[in-house]
Design a protein around this ligand. Structure first.
Ligand code: CTP
Ligand code: MG
Length: 181
């Protein structure tokens, strides 16, 4: 695989994990998952993690994986890029893992005294990708091994933070987000 194809495949396999966070930003609001509960005087997760955002985000991510599966033969034959299809379990674990990773980061932020919206550089940019991949590896280890070669993994971990920064700045500029991170 050349560098350009690596880039395309990295984006393709991670798209079901990328979209949920953005969908959650657009769909978010309503009841927080932690129900307002606190631990040691601080919110468990905070108002930024809602049921609606999480459920809509996960469902949209599943829809994205489904669409990519539909277009996979076209991508392979028309553009010659060897993108994989997503098994059913992976269609769920990529978006769900992404949402759980984002939630875990909020949990850590609250425990370390950071209020809703406070940045945690590094963690904010990679939490969703790491948990999406770990959860996927837990249920579809063979698939992960076959798809994620070392070069692809390297590209994913370089491209993901860049995309995260760019999309969040755009979401902020367009008024969808309160902070540009
Ligand atoms: N959102 C949501 N449910 C999620 C994730 C995000 O409803 N599981 C929505 C919320 O409206 C949230 C916005 O998307 O405010 C931006 O997401 P994010 O930056 O992850 O949350 P923050 O508000 O910054 O809160 P935190 O400090 O906990 O990350
Ligand atoms: Mg935030």
């Amino acid at each position: 695989m050349g560098p350009l194809e690596l880039l395309v495949v990295a984006f393709w396999v991670m798209l079901p994990a990328y979209v949920p966070n953005n969908a959650a930003v657009l769909a978010g609001g309503g009841a927080p998952i932690d129900g307002g509960r606190t631990w040691k005087g601080r919110r468990l997760l905070g108002d930024g993690k809602t049921w609606r955002g999480t459920i809509v985000g996960t469902l949209i991510g599943i829809g994205v994986a489904y669409l990519l599966n539909v277009f996979q033969p076209t991508a392979v034959s028309a553009f010659g890029v060897s993108v994989p299809t997503f098994p059913l379990a992976v269609m769920i674990t990529l978006p769900l893992g992404a949402m759980l990773g984002d939630m875990a980061a909020s949990f850590i932020k609250r425990r370390t005294g950071r209020n809703r919206g406070a940045p945690l550089p590094g963690v904010d940019q990679l939490d969703f990708a790491v948990v999406a991949l770990v959860l996927t590896a837990l249920v579809a280890f063979e698939w992960v091994l076959a798809v994620f070669t070392l070069p692809l993994l390297v590209v994913v971990f370089v491209v993901t933070p860049v995309l995260h920064v760019v999309t969040n700045v755009l979401a902020y500029l367009f008024g969808f987000k309160h902070e540009p991170w």
